[in-house]
Structures are given as C-alpha cells and as structure tokens.
Ligand binder design. Structure first.
Ligand code: BES
Ligand code: ZN
Length: 649
C-alpha cells in the first residue's frame, strides 16, 4: 500500500513537470493546482490526521524503518564506553517516547550493524524486558528493530554495542594521527549513519534532544555536538547535553588527543596539537561570519559555536554538527582562501539545523539554502568580487555535474521519489542549483525584500522540519502574492521540478577570471610567457580558474613550463593541488604522479579522492590507482572505502 501511494505521488509530479514546459499554454497547471502544494499542513509536527494522504506521503522518509507517525522518540540518553582496543562503543541508549497514536503497540527503530544485548521498557516505575525482532540487514537501510511496547511504556532502554566496521564511525590507530601517540575516533552520521552508532529513529522527520555520558581513556578528551565545557577536567569521564531538539543525524562525537584554542568568548577551535594554532588563525574571522549571518537572519541560537579539525582522513569538507562544526584540515591553507567551508557550516545553524529538510528528497532545503547564505557571508566579509568568483567556479562545477547526470530527474531540486540512496540527493545540484535558485529570487525581488523574507522563513519554521512544498507555500504567501508580477509560479516550478539549468539563472561574471582566460589564450598561442602573468598577486580562486580552464590541447611542455615557474605540483593549497592533479592525470604529465600518490595517501576527503581515482581509471591508469589504493585504504573512512572498493574493483 505504501508502494502504491508513493508511485502515484511521483507520477503526479512528473505529469505536472511536463505540462509546465509549455508555459504559453493557458491550461498549464499552476503550483496551486498541483497536488503536492494544495494541502495546507506546514510542518511535520502537525497532527497526522490533519494532513492529506499526498502530504503524508511527501513527508514520509523512505530511508527510515521508523514508525514515527505512531510513536516518536523525543529524547535520547546515552551511557557509553569508548573502547579503542575493540573499536566499539558499548553501553545503553535510553529513549523517551511520545505517542502520536495512543494505541501504538510497537516502536520501530533503525539500526545498522549493532549488537543488541537486551531491551527493557519502563512502565510506571518499573523496567520490564521487552520482546524484540531484529530484521534482515539491507545494504542501504541497515536492520529494522521492532520493540513490542507494554501498555503505557514511557521509555525504552537498549543495551548494545557498535561494530568495529560501523559506517558512521572511524577509529584511527595512534600511527594514523599526527601526534602518533594517541588513538582518535569520530562519527560522521549524515545522512543515515547515526543508526550505526545508536539504535534510533534515524530520520530528519523527527527532532530529539539528547544527553550523553562517555567513558574513555584518561589521556583523551571527548567532544560532542552538545553543551560542554572546553576547559572541563580531562579525566576520561565526560558529560554532554543538547537541550535543543535536533534531527538525529546531527548527533556527533569525537575522542582523541584534542586541544582547544578560544577565538572569542563563545567561539573556539579544537584540534590536535600540531595544527591547533594554525587553525585558530585561519578561522579567526568566524566571529565576523556569525555577525554577518545574524545581521541578515537573526541571532545565532545555539549558544557556543566551536569547530573541530579532524584528521586528514575525514571524508568530507565540513559537517554542521550543532555547536561543534567538524572540518577537514585541507581547508587550512594559511591565507583564509578556503574558509567558505566554515561560512557554509556556520550557515547551517539557520538552514538545516534550525529549519531541517524532513526527507532527503528535499536536501536542497538544507544544502542549497546554506550555499546561498554561505556566499552572502563571503560577500559581506571579503567583498562582491570574491563572492562572484566563488559563484563562477560553482557554476562550472554545476555544468559538469548536470552534463554527467545519470538521469535528468537527478538534476531537479526536488529529488525524485525513487532515489535509491540518500547520497544521490547530495550532488552539486542540491548545493549549487539550490543556491542559484535563491540568487534568482534575490535578484528579482531585491535584497530589501528578499532578505527579510528569508529571515521570516527561518523564524517561521525554526526547530521544525520542512519539505519543498512547505517552502513553496511559504514563498507564495509571503513573497509572490505580496509582490505580484515579479516571479511567476511557473518559474518557481521550473527551478524545483524540472531538470537542468534554469533559463532564469543569474549568470555570474568575474572580470578577473576573464582577464586570466585572455592571458592563458595568449600564452598558449606563444605570445606570452608564464612569468608575464603577474601571477604573484593571484588569489586561490584565480589559480583555480586558470587551471580549470586549461584546454585539452595544452602540451606536456606547456605543463612543464607552468611547473618551472609556479611549482604547482607542490602547491600547499589542497584545492589548487587537486585541480592541477586532475589536469595532470588527464594530460599524462608524469612529474606530478609521485605527488598525486602522496596526496592520495595523506588526504581522505571524498571531494578530492573520488575524482582523482576515477580520473586515473578513465585515463588508463587503473593498475597504478589500485596499487596506491591498496596502500591508502586502511587510512580511509569506512564509507570512503566502501565507495572506492566499487570504483577500483
Ligand atoms: N552537510 C554537508 C555534508 C554532508 C552532506 C555529509 C551529505 C553527508 C551527507 C556539509 O554541510 C557540506 O555540505 N560540506 C561540504 C562543504 C561545502 C562548502 C560545500 C563539503 O564537505 O564539501
Ligand atoms: Zn552543507
């Protein structure tokens, strides 16, 4: 029955998209007549019986087994030992329950690779053993854990342990850390890996508060995405509490030989000793970023904002864990040129953490809105030229990704109902097309109108979960109708439900990049030498533009000439190095290969290494890539290993 409803809902969306193509046609359905918009309930927290069947279907997160429309987990209390010898977390999770349907008979949770020791339910003051049923393991979803609820059960307590191979956790041996003396562990739970750390309703459709007691070795410090004291006693026994309701994918933990440096009274950075001072310097503008966000969208609502620099194997650039952003060390370039990642993760404190996508089909509401805010903050701090450069580089990326899309539906902002993995929703489409959608609205309405609108959206849906259709309804009620004739519903519809680059996209332009491309052409034609570029004053972004636009016919001699003048092969800026390595693989520029190997052994950030390995495979160097991978694999995160095993098998 679920299947039938979901098929009907997606069919409706497809029909509407097709009709909206012919904009001149008077019979074109408007957003108001589309089924996904028509219903009125605005937030997931609305009572289930007040929402239409279609609305409920659109709000259903198909990547969770949880019966959150019957019983909802509202608070999680963790009591865990962090056991480095065995690479497991071991202890209990106590879940508070809220009954959506008073007669609910069971609680269904998500788990992945957990060993469940026992489950008890609390009725009144008494704990009684509960009957459970653990389903078969699905490669994407993990296992369904059904707990029979005795009548009146207010809490369940699950004794469990994680697996050493848990997808959401990485355990690093001392030799894999910079200091080489202490082990390190951390979680990366978005999108659906919280279930490999905690038995939980692992869906952004619900929000929970949490607290945690962690016990670990006395010589290690633990941090979580929660309230904590940076100067607290370091005795191996740590307590955390997150009083604000968050989606479960934002539960996060890290344990290691971690130092702290304050940046302001409520902002600071945690990192291993070797990099903590450099990190504090690199991120010293974070208070200004917060001020820029707050000026646009209202005060920061999460008390402290700290950052944690992870070991280089961290699989992504940054993760917006509340109160404690996780960051890759590869953005510490020494010149703040890559701190847009900080602006991005901080912006999630409004878009994503405060107003959260209810399903992964709506990931653009997290990532696209955040990427837009990120760019506004970069503009506020470093000027319009830098913001325009970042948008220009982004657009090139978006074009590449749209061109390579497996199917056109994956280039819509609203992801199709049949995506097989939540990761499919996190392509550059959600990020960049999403940001360009808001840029389009900003440009049409003007900042005087659009900025207060977006602030109003964050306020209206604060601590709620939303789907694309809620955004559209809010947009209609608060922007389109109030300012008629500026943006049509069909234009909005095209951005959200149709594939490809929108006809109304605002194309960024950078004079600096245009000049660089001109010089590059003159050099390639033999009319100029690299020494004449005046490249000493180039920013990282200008370098990226120069390297990315090197044409296929660039000769190996020309690569060598660039390298002699600029030593790009040894760039200490990981973005520049990556761009250069991609071109070097493509061209077969041998002198870069030893450095590519070192890079792949040092860095685990997916954005870089997935593309480098794929490029090596595509350019006929699979055997070499496999050799490097065999050496590098033990240092990569489990999710990264899983994906590369596929590429390099
Ligand atoms: N929330 C994402 C990271 C993420 C997305 C993790 C999906 C797992 C699944 C984070 O905010 C992010 O977008 N990070 C980017 C940086 C940004 C500047 C685009 C990254 O890691 O590259
Ligand atoms: Zn993000």
């Amino acid at each position: 029955m679920n299947f039938r409803l979901s098929a009907a809902a997606s069919a409706a969306v497809i029909v509407i998209s097709a009709a909206a193509c012919s904009r001149e046609d008077a019979s074109t359905p408007t957003l108001a007549s589309s089924p996904e918009i028509a219903a009125t309930a605005a937030v997931t927290n609305a009572p289930a019986d007040q929402t239409s069947a279609t609305q409920q279907e659109l709000r259903r997160d198909k990547f969770s087994y949880a019966n959150y429309d019957e019983v909802r987990v509202t608070h999680v209390s963790l009591d865990l030992d962090v056991l480095f010898d065995e690479k497991v977390l071991d202890g209990t999770a106590t879940l508070d329950l809220e009954y959506v349907k008073p007669d609910a008979k069971s609680l269904i949770l998500d788990t992945n690779d957990l060993t469940i020791r026992s489950v008890d339910a609390r009725v009144g003051e008494e704990w009684v053993a509960a009957t459970i049923n653990l389903g078969a393991d699905d490669p994407v979803m993990g296992s369904r854990l059904e707990i029979a609820l005795p009548e009146g059960a207010a809490q369940v307590r699950i004794a469990y342990r994680t697996s050493p191979g848990a997808l959401g956790l990485q355990w690093l041996a001392p030799e894999q850390t910079a200091g080489k003396a202490h082990p390190f562990m951390y979680s990366q739970n978005q999108a659906i890996n919280a279930r490999s750390m905690v038995p939980i309703q692992d869906t952004p459709a619900i929000r929970i508060t949490y607290d945690a007691t962690l016990r670990t070795q006395k010589d290690l410090f633990a941090v979580m995405s929660a309230a904590q004291d940076p100067d607290g006693v370091r005795d191996g026994d740590y307590y955390f509490s997150m009083p604000q309701p968050i989606p479960p994918y934002l539960i996060a933990v890290a344990v290691g030989d971690i130092e702290f440096r304050p940046i302001s009274d409520h902002i600071g950075v945690y990192a291993e000793d070797y990099i903590v001072d450099r990190a504090a310097k690199e991120f010293e503008d974070t208070p200004k970023m917060e001020a820029a966000d707050a000026a646009l969208y209202g005060p920061y609502r999460w008390d402290r904002y700290d950052m944690l620099v992870l070991p280089p194997s961290f699989p992504i650039g940054g993760m917006e864990n509340p109160r404690l952003t996780f960051l890759t060390p590869t953005i510490i370039a020494g010149d703040k040129s890559l701190t847009n990642v900080v602006a991005h993760e901080l912006a999630h404190s409004w878009s994503g953490n405060l107003v959260t996508n209810a399903t992964w089909r709506d990931a653009w509401l997290n990532e696209g809105v955040t990427s837009y805010v990120e760019n506004r903050v970069m503009e506020a701090l470093y000027g319009p030229e830098r913001a325009e450069m970042e948008r220009t580089l982004d657009l090139d990326e978006l074009k590449r990704v749209v061109g390579e899309a497996k199917r056109p539906e994956l280039t819509q902002l609203k992801m199709p109902a049949d995506i097989e993995d939540p990761d499919d929703a996190f392509s550059q489409v959600s990020y960049i097309k999403g940001a360009f959608f808001l840029k389009f609205l900003e440009t049409r309405f003007g900042r005087d109108v659009f900025d207060p609108f977006l602030k109003g959206y964050f306020d209206h849906f604060a601590f709620k979960t939303v789907i694309t259709e809620d955004f559209v309804e809010y947009l209609k009620d608060n922007l389109l109708t109030a300012h008629p004739g500026v943006v049509s519903e069909e234009e909005v519809h095209e951005w959200l439900y149709e594939p490809g680059l929108s006809a109304t996209m605002i194309i960024p332009h950078s004079d600096a990049f245009a000049k660089i491309v001109e010089m590059q052409a003159a050099w390639l034609a033999g009319d100029m030498t690299p020494a004449d570029f005046g490249a000493d004053g180039w920013t990282t972004h200008e370098w990226l533009s120069f390297i990315n636009s090197l044409p296929d016919h660039t000769t190996l001699d020309q690569f060598a000439a660039l390298d002699i003048t600029f030593d790009l092969t040894h760039s200490t800026n990981d973005e520049i190095a990556f761009a250069w390595f991609m071109k070097s693989i493509d061209a077969g520029y041998e002198p870069a290969f030893p450095e590519i190997r070192k890079f792949l052994l040092r860095v685990g950030r997916g954005k870089f290494i997935f593309r480098l390995y794929s490029e090596l495979v595509n350019e006929g160097r699979k055997v070499w890539a496999q050799e490097v991978y065999a050496e590098a694999r033990p240092g990569y995160h489990p999710v990264t290993q899983q994906r590369l095993d596929e590429t390099l098998k």
